[in-house]
Structures are given as C-alpha cells and as structure tokens.
Design a protein around this ligand. Structure first.
Ligand code: ARG
Length: 460
C-alpha cells in the first residue's frame, strides 16, 4: 500500500507516529476561509491567463462553494492523513469536481500557499484588533471625561508624589493604546503583500499574473523576491511584538486596577459582574479579570520569543519548522482580542471613589513641592526651599496634620516670607490648577486633551 498523500515514489505508507507528528490540520484548519479565497483568486487568474480552461475554473468555483458550506456547517471531514488544511481542501475539491480540482495547484506550492493564507487571515484579525483598540480608548475616555477634576495621588516609587487629575491618569493609557494602534496600522502594510506566485521557492515557469491575484485578494502588492516570499515570517514576529506591547500596557493598567480595588486604597470599585468570590471567605470580591489579563501577558511574550527562536536558525528557504508559527500566532490573536474586549467593558464600569483618592493625597503631603515652588516665587533658591519644606513636612507629620492644616504662625516659623496666600497653593486643587503646561495635569489642560481625543476617536 503506497502513501496516500504523496506519490509513486513512496513504497510504503508513512508511519502512524510520523503522520501524527507532522500533521497540522488540527490547528491550521482555522485558515480554511483564507485558503479557499486564495485558491479562487489563483484559479480565476489561471483561467484569465489561459493556463486552465473556463470550464475548469467554473468547476473549481462550484466545488469550493460546496466545501465552504460543508465546513461552515461542520460537515466537512478533516483527515489527519491529508496532513494540513491545504491538502484536505484540495483532495475534497478533486473528489467533487474531478480533474479541474487536480489543475488548481498549477504554478503553486503549499509553500507560497501557506504564506498567503497566514497573511490573509492575519490581515482580517488585524482589522478586528484595530477596532478593539479604538473601543478600549473610548472606554478610558468615557471614564476620564467626568473625572478631569477628580484628584488622585500621583505616585513615584509607589510613594505619594503630587496630586494629579484622575482623568489625566487615564488619558496616559489612551496615549499608550493610540501608539499601539499606530504600530498596528504600520505593520499591516508589511503583512498585506502577496507571496503567491513564488511557488516552491524559485518562482514558476507558468505565465502567472501575480498583480492580478494581489488585486483580487486586496493585497497592496506582491512580494518581490520568491525566496523571501516563502520563507519570511517576520510579519508574524512583528505582529507578536505589537501584541506584547499591547499586553504590557493592559497589564500595567490591570495592576493599577488591582491596587485601586484593594481595601488599602479603595480608590475604585468594579461592577459585581467583573468580580469573583471566594469559596471559603464570604466577604471576598476579587478583581480576577485584571489579574488574569496581567497573567496572560506572559504567554504573549512567550509567543514572541517562540517565533523569534523558530526563525533564527533557518536557512533559506521554506523549512517544515515554519509549521510551528501557527499555534503561537493564533493564541496571540485570541489572547489579545479577548483581553481587549473584556478590559474595555470592565473599564467603562469602574466606580470612582473621589473622597478616598483625596484622603490618600492629603495623607501623603502631595503638595510639598507646591510649597517649595511658592517659596521660590518669594525669592528663595529652589534647593533652600526644598530644605525648608522638608522641615515643615516633618513637623506636620509629628502633629498628624496635612500642611494645609498648619496654622499660619507655625508655617511662618519655617520661613518668614510665608503669607496668608500660601493656603491657595497648599490645596490639592490649587496644586493641580498650577500645572498649566501642555500635557500637564491642570483640569483645563486635561479638558483640552479630552476634546482632542474625542475629535480623533469620534463617537462610539
Ligand atoms: N502545513 C505546512 C505549514 O504549515 C504547509 C506548507 C508545507 N510545505 C511543505 N513543503 N511541506 O507550513
């Protein structure tokens, strides 16, 4: 009994173990739509070029329409011995339409076919993720807008530093996701190139019209080197690098949500539908979604490293190693898509607790820098002002009071130039309002940024 998938060259069937080890159909069947679209564009071009007849083209279209239906209905019988999605679909086509099916692979190899399929599939996913990045930014913006003047203690080293607008803080994440969206749009241009026509590696002797196939499939152009076309996977690596950055941003936001939700901060609350309970501690409401998003970041980083490692030792051109590109890439797409979707929903449901934020800012002497700046305006060199304020803070800590609660006489004990007007500066709102530089936390500036993002993002 000869091998089913290959040729007369083989005098015995493939070992069962090898069959299972080399097959990819269990996971690459996910590419079926791209595979059929690519085949139809190829067949249309073969007919237009007179390489196959019109009747063959029509038969291929008819067969593919039926296969599409079978797969969509879950009736298609995927066979492990046919190795991958490409051979499964082609074999079924031949079963349905005979010789026309056998003509489809003219001037084509699975090497340029799989590279085309992955790019087509990824392009569709990229467009979905681009929309989700907009959703994420809009969700953050929706919480930022009513909180432009809500006061949050800003931290450095996890120590209270200066008061900031909570809206401003959320807009920092909008900036990050906006950059991610830019990166995605940029890498899409490099994904959207057509490998088909490179054949196995050297190009083909048939008079293919590659530009025509590219137009049919919506590619921006064709890969210009056949060897590169079949062996390159840097587009997938670039995508995974983009995904790693998105997840890193999501993970930082998640970490903050977890902290803010803790009783020790109590800055926010999350809607019950995004929390989970404990099987033993009845009082628990845990921010599991944020924790899991933080955790899933690691697996996406893992996929990036897996793909980089997969490619580093491969000589040109195609090697079977490349079959290993799919699972990491698929899982990256699934993870980022699900994470962005759930995080955007959760963010919109954040309940802000402004009093707790304000109390934390007061407890941390967040306006100490403002007092130093006040003294500088009265003529002190900044370093001297810094020292004066350190003494004032020490005294305030000793009395368990905020700087703004110290009597004027006490403050004047630290420096004679301090007057009644100091209290405007020592208030949290006064501190915020003073930061009027572009990109600063003054509510007026933050309002401007909100308007800019609204304009850029449009309505939901
Ligand atoms: N399943 C293969 C892959 O994912 C398709 C290409 C196979 N080409 C070959 N010459 N064995 O890479």
């Amino acid at each position: 009994k000869k091998s089913e998938a290959w040729s007369a060259l083989f005098s015995e069937p493939m070992s069962e173990l090898v069959k299972r080890y080399t097959a990819s159909v269990d996971f690459d069947k996910r590419l079926w739509q791209a595979d059929i679209d690519g085949s139809l564009a190829h067949a249309e071009m073969l007919a237009a070029q007179g390489i196959i007849g019109e009747a063959d083209r029509a038969a291929i279209e008819r067969g593919m329409a039926q296969i599409r239906q079978e797969i969509a209905d879950g009736r298609f019988e995927w066979k492990l011995e046919l190795e991958d999605v490409h051979l499964n679909i082609e074999a079924r086509l031949t079963q349905l339409v005979g010789d026309a099916g056998k003509r489809l692979h003219t001037g084509r190899s699975r090497n340029d076919q799989v590279a085309t399929d992955v790019r087509l599939w990824l392009r569709g996913e990229i467009d979905g993720l681009a929309a989700l990045l907009l959703t994420m930014q809009r969700a953050l913006l929706a919480v930022a807008e009513p909180n432009v003047a809500t006061i949050l203690p800003g931290f450095t080293h996890m120590q209270v530093a200066q008061p900031v607008s909570f809206g401003h803080h959320l807009l920092a994440y909008v900036e990050m996701f906006a950059r991610d969206a830019e990166r995605l749009a940029d890498l899409r241009r490099r994904v959207n190139r057509l490998p088909l026509g490179a054949a196995a590696l050297a190009g083909t002797s048939y008079p293919l019209d590659r530009e025509r196939v590219a137009r049919t499939l919506g590619f921006d152009g064709v890969c210009q080197n056949s060897l590169d076309a079949v062996s390159d996977r840097d587009f997938a690596i670039e995508f995974t690098a983009f995904a790693s950055l998105v997840m890193m941003h999501v993970s930082r936001l998640s970490e903050e949500i977890v902290l803010w939700m803790s009783q020790n901060f109590a800055f926010i609350d999350l809607a019950d539908r995004y929390c989970t309970g404990s099987s033993i501690m009845p009082q628990k409401r845990n921010p599991d979604v944020a924790e899991l998003a933080r955790g899933k970041t690691g697996r996406v980083y893992g996929h990036l490293v897996a793909l980089l490692t997969l490619m580093k030792g491969q000589p040109l051109t195609y090697n079977k190693d490349n079959q290993e590109d799919k699972e990491p890439l698929f899982d990256t797409v699934d993870t980022v898509r699900d994470t962005l979707r759930i995080m955007a929903e959760m963010v919109e449901g954040i309940v802000v607790k402004p009093e707790a934020m304000e109390r934390a800012a007061l407890r941390g002497y967040a306006t100490a820098t403002d007092l130093a700046d006040y003294l500088v305006k009265k003529g002190l060199p900044f370093r001297d002002a810094h020292e004066v304020v350190a003494h004032a803070v020490k005294a305030a800590i000793g009395q368990g009071l905020d700087l703004s609660a110290l009597p004027l006489a006490t403050l004047q004990g630290f420096h004679a130039s301090i007057g009644e007007d100091v209290y405007a500066v020592l208030s949290l709102a006064g501190s915020l309002n003073a930061r009027q530089v572009i990109g600063g936390t003054a509510p007026e500036q933050v309002r401007r940024q909100v308007a800019r993002h609204r304009e850029r993002l449009g309505a939901a």
